[in-house]
Write a protein that binds this ligand. Structure first.
Ligand code: 3PG
Length: 385
């Protein structure tokens, strides 16, 4: 693909599609991770003397209708403070916007525009007419073929990948395409069914596949143990068995259980063979955590998606904390992605020690599944000339 950093931007009308889909509460941004990740791209374009327009979606408003709660206004307020410069929010921009060189204008939520999600040609062409250069930098939305991601990339005079998108593709590609070995993948979360394609894909790439959370319970059951009242999927036991034949998937030796899903429930540590009919497994036990930490210590590549226990509960955070710390102290190349994973990284303060933290949720998973990200495919198409 063509990269933004290879282009001359001075005086050009540059439209950056970022993923500024951040959580907002009472008009304030409550997690700025995605804005922080997009700032270097915006600054580069401003410093190059471009006429900069940045746009994004925020939330899932009813398409074609303005709704204040989904406005990018809180993001604009954040940018004003972060850049210490005036930033304009343009509401009606499809017919054209005036932007001066070195100025930044944010174009209001693209999902207020009719045809955005359906990737309608007319809208895509309107976006394209706004700019000389379209910069696709929204890795988090690259799995969506929508007007402001895919359509505009098709029709803009020049379409390129921004530094954030390029960095994501490099880092994730390094972990998935030709990883230094041993490669260990960790997949946590509640259900095998929702992560099945991720598990299948990783079982082909990883030397060891560590499963956690509700997903692990199905594997524990597949190994012939009682999981009591734990969340698990009986119908996927054959699938779990098949995956265990294809890849080394260590099964927990001990687990942390309780009788109720309750924040204050005491953790009872049990050997995995001793789970009772009324037990619920909420975390790895200390032995399992230590065994996995040892595996991670020797890993040259680590890919992490999903917590391995109910880490929101103090009594059941130890497994995810132990795994986080093992990843943090590993000398290997580590990549983490997905919403809950980032929350765990924050909670255990290991942000600086993970080699690469993806801004993608769904897009990260689709990349790992080996799916083509449509917006990236369009940039590749355009680069062919
Ligand atoms: C995300 O948060 O995963 C992206 O911003 C995409 O949002 P969407 O699922 O509403 O398309």
């Amino acid at each position: 693909v063509i990269k933004m950093t290879d282009l001359e931007l001075a005086g050009k009308r540059v439209l950056i599609r970022a993923d500024l889909n951040v959580p907002v509460k009472e008009g304030k941004v409550t997690s700025d991770a995605r804005i922080l990740a997009s700032l270097p791209t915006i600054k580069l374009a401003l410093e190059a003397g471009a006429k900069v327009m940045v746009t994004s979606h925020l939330g899932r408003p009813t398409e074609g209708e303005y709704a204040e709660e989904f406005s990018l206004k809180p993001v604009v307020d954040y940018l004003v403070a972060a850049l210490d410069a005036p930033v304009r929010l343009a509401k009606d921009y499809l017919e054209g916007v005036e932007v001066a060189a070195g100025e930044l204008v944010v174009l209001e939520n693209v999902r207020f525009n009719k045809g955005e999600k359906k990737n309608e040609e007319g809208l895509a062409k309107q976006y394209a007419a706004l700019c000389d250069v379209f910069v696709m930098d929204a890795f988090g939305t690259a799995h969506r073929a929508q007007g402001s991601t895919h359509g505009v990339a098709q029709y803009a005079p020049v379409a390129c990948a921004g530094p954030l998108l390029a960095g994501e593709l490099d880092a994730l590609g390094k972990a998935m395409a030709n990883p230094e070995r041993p490669m260990v993948a960790i997949v946590g979360g509640s259900k095998v069914s929702t992560k099945l394609t991720v598990l299948e894909s990783l079982s082909k790439v990883a030397d060891q596949l560590v499963v956690g959370g509700g997903i692990a319970n199905t594997f524990i059951a597949a190994a012939g143990h009682n999981v009591g009242k734990s969340l698990y999927e009986a119908d996927l036991i054959p699938t779990a068995k098949k995956l265990m034949e294809e890849c080394s998937i260590p099964v927990a030796t001990d687990v942390a259980c309780a009788k109720a899903f309750d924040e204050n429930a005491e953790a009872e540590i049990k050997d995995v063979s001793e789970v009772a009919d009324d037990d619920m497994i909420f975390d790895l036990g200390p032995n399992s955590t230590a065994e996995l930490a040892a595996i991670l210590k020797d890993a040259k590549t680590i890919l992490w998606n999903g917590p391995v226990g109910v880490f929101e509960f103090k009594n059941f955070e130890a497994g995810t904390k132990g795994i986080s710390e093992a990843i943090a102290s590993s000398a290997g190349f580590s990549v983490a992605g997905g919403g809950d994973t980032l929350a765990a990284i924050d909670q255990f303060g290991i942000k600086a020690d993970v080699s690469y933290i993806s801004t993608g949720g769904g897009a990260f998973l689709e990349f790992v599944e080996g799916k083509t990200l449509p917006a990236v495919a369009m940039l590749e198409e355009r680069a062919k000339g």
